[in-house]
Ligand binder design. Structure first.
Ligand SMILES: Cc1ncc(C[n+]2csc(CCOP(=O)(O)OP(=O)(O)O)c2C)c(N)n1
Ligand SMILES: [Mg+2]
Length: 661
């Protein structure tokens, strides 16, 4: 793709940007029935001035703007500004654009599909902006490339917010473009004005890394490339661009200067300071019991390899908190979170909650305010590598409680690991080698014992009906184990069985959770990740909870419409079980019996009476679906059929009734 190029010189168009917009608005008004204001004015000039109410009902024009067919617009000469925007977007190789359509970005929409050929990016029709942003979130974690999404002014962006917040907390990049008509003197009154704001980016400013409102086409080119760069420099995160409707529709006039597209060159990630890396290596090499804790340490396939190298060099226990696939579940150095208790040195890499890693909080204190205790021995040295230290947004509380750290690097863990591994190897003296070897032997024994315990726990209630979560998870694995599988999401709570029992060794075997714990992530993120996996030839499977699916089930249709194969195995416990337990605990605490109404859980926490027929819901939107499965003996055969459907290129859903968790 040519870069730094200019657009061809255009003759000055006959209709100016604002003349064109005003004409469109006037044409709309003229064809509608005369507005109340117009009637009032003509009446007053004829005879007595009638009383005009201070708050007028919506005019026909207002009502027509989003309910009637738009009027024919005059033809413009020259190149539309949004065609140039498409040229800019195409330099960044953004493959898809999951979006819900809207008039505030109609200029860009039309250019993308007609001038841009609906390729790079391809418009994926979404039924909710939250689903679109959730898809972009999941896609990035499977494919390692960001997507863009278009949102309609105030209202579309408001819908997208929770998914953007999850991506922010999960350190995932996406480019959010919101349509907005800025010029109050010229924008169409009525609905388009309700959908405009001075600054739509304010809606998401607290949880985006950067945003801008370009006021010229050249400004757009700079901002878009800058937005992409900022989003994809660790710590990754969403960015927002407010796109003026006038700027999209205005023809390219060039104003005497040539438009150009800045060339995109990736920024290298921040690496830990050499002195701090050496000090960390010295502490780790001389520790009796070093522990490595990882959450989003591995950004790429190579990240996992590096974590393994560091762990093996030290024969140190690794606690994988699971924000990403950081460490193989089959590795003998993998350990439970309690491993920190006996550590003398802990290195935390890209942890979302360092305080919570080394302290415990129990929500049942004497006064109902919780008990805080340290999990670690006094004097334990703490090391941290986290690029999130470079984020400085302050309103949302995703930085968690403050934790004092002995050696703290505001740097990307994956980029720092090669230097740290070298420094650790150099710092291990020959007399330490035997002790380190010995740690490895003990770890192998502990690992085998932990696996056996997990297997025994999974066997409990194996034949229960509704189906136990361990059985749900292991029957699923039995059907996919020979495929190149990827567990794209696990919503609700299935007692972490996949990460306890599935042999996960590739970086896409587990993609992590939502980040911000905003429920409603599972369904759209699974579809987005399945899209990324589809293009890479991988088989996608998700554990799909009932509560999560009902936030925005329309994403099921998007999966079928765009031929995205995904096996969704439902953990349908007929309720918001997490909340069942919260209300139950509070009732106990207050010496009361929780009121159940007619349901299983406290009022407000069950999803039953009527029971939702998720298989029918999915089927109605083009999925292969079966259920409800209540007898565990029926699960294996149904899964076999579902896997075959997914292999044929379809999404498939199994509605399985499960135990609470
Ligand atoms: C957007 C949002 N709304 C509400 C909550 C509170 N919440 C946390 S877990 C949960 C239950 C989710 O139900 P489901 O997905 O079925 O999982 P389960 O707990 O039943 O396993 C709810 C409502 C939340 N975290 N996010
Ligand atoms: Mg549930």
């Amino acid at each position: 793709m040519a870069r730094d190029r200019s657009t061809p010189k255009q003759a000055r168009p006959k209709v100016s940007r604002r003349g064109f917009l005003a004409a469109a608005a006037v044409t709309g008004a003229a064809t509608a029935v005369a507005s109340p204001q117009a009637t009032a004015t003509s009446a007053s000039s004829a005879s007595v001035r009638p009383r005009v109410p201070s708050a007028l009902p919506p005019t026909m024009r207002v009502a027509a703007a989003e309910t009637a067919a738009p009027n024919e617009l005059p033809r413009i000469g020259g190149v539309a500004g949004s065609d140039f925007m498409v040229d800019v977007i195409k330099t960044l190789d953004i493959k898809y654009m999951p979006s819900n359509p809207a008039s505030s970005f109609r200029g860009l929409h039309e250019s993308l599909i007609d001038y841009g050929g609906n390729k790079m990016p391809e418009f994926l029709t979404c039924t909710h902006e939250e689903s679109a942003a959730g898809m972009a979130h999941g896609y990035f974690k499977a494919a390692g490339k960001p997507l863009m999404t278009l949102c309609h002014g105030t209202v579309g962006l408001q819908h997208a917010t929770m998914a953007i917040y999850n991506a922010w907390c999960d350190r995932v990049p996406m480019i959010v473009v919101g349509g907005n008509d800025l010029d109050a003197a010229h924008r169409p009154p009525g609905v388009p004005t309700f959908h405009s704001a001075q600054d739509i980016n304010a809606i998401v400013r607290d949880y985006t890394k950067w945003d801008d409102t370009p006021v010229s086409l050249q400004h757009f080119a700079q901002s878009f490339v800058r937005a992409y760069k900022i989003a994809t420099t660790p710590p990754y995160g969403p960015v927002a661009i407010s796109l003026d409707a006038g700027l999209q529709q205005e023809p390219v006039t060039q104003n005497g200067e040539k438009l150009y597209i800045p060339r995109y060159v990736p920024t290298s990630p921040p690496q830990g300071d050499t002195g701090a890396v050496k000090e960390a290596a010295r502490l780790l090499a001389n520790a009796q019991n070093p522990v490595i804790v990882v959450d989003r340490a591995a950004r790429t396939e190579n990240g996992m390899r590096l974590v393994v190298q560091l762990a093996e060099a030290l024969q140190a226990a690794v606690v994988d908190q699971g924000g990403r696939m950081n460490f193989p579940t089959t590795h003998y150095l993998r350990r439970a979170p309690t491993a920190v208790n006996n550590a003398d040195v802990i290195i935390g890499m890209e942890l979302s909650d360092y305080w919570g890693t080394v302290n415990s909080y129990t929500d049942n204190g004497e006064h109902g305010i919780g008990v805080n205790t340290s999990k670690i021995k006094p004097g334990t040295k703490l090391i941290s590598i986290s690029s999130v230290d470079l984020n400085t947004k302050s309103n949302y509380q995703d930085l968690q409680r403050f934790q004092t750290i002995d050696v703290q690097m505001a740097a990307d863990a994956e980029a720092t690991l090669p230097a740290l591994i070298e420094a650790v190897k150099a710092a291990i003296s020959s007399d330490r080698k035997a002790a380190i070897e010995k740690r490895g032997e003990a770890a192998r024994k502990a690992s085998a014992e932990a696996k056996e315990r997990a297997r025994q726990a999974a066997a409990l209630a194996w034949d229960a009906s509704p189906v136990s979560t361990a059985r749900l998870v292991m029957e699923t694995f039995a059907q996919i184990k020979d495929l190149d599988w990827s567990l794209v999401a696990s919503s609700g709570n299935v007692s972490n069985w996949p990460r306890r029992l599935w042999p996960m060794e590739k970086h896409y075997h587990w993609l992590g959770a939502s980040g911000g714990y905003g429920v409603g992530y599972g369904a759209p993120a699974s579809v987005g990740a399945a899209l990324g996996n589809r293009d890479l030839g991988r088989f996608s499977v998700s554990i799909q909870s009932d509560g999560d699916l009902m936030y925005a089930p329309g994403v099921l249709w998007t999966a079928a419409r765009h031929n995205i194969p995904l096996l969704a195995v439902m953990h349908n416990n007929r309720g918001y079980h997490q909340e069942v337990m919260h209300v139950q605990r509070l009732s106990n605490f207050r010496n009361r019996v929780a009121s159940l109404g007619k349901d299983m859980g406290p009022i407000g926490t069950s999803i039953q009476n009527p029971d939702i027929e998720y298989h029918k819901l999915a089927e109605s939107m083009g999925w292969w679906a079966k259920g409800p499965i209540k007898d565990p003996a029926d699960l294996g055969p149904a899964l076999k059929l579902a896997v075959a459907a997914v292999k044929s290129g379809q999404p498939a859903l199994l509605n399985v009734w499960t135990q609470p968790r």
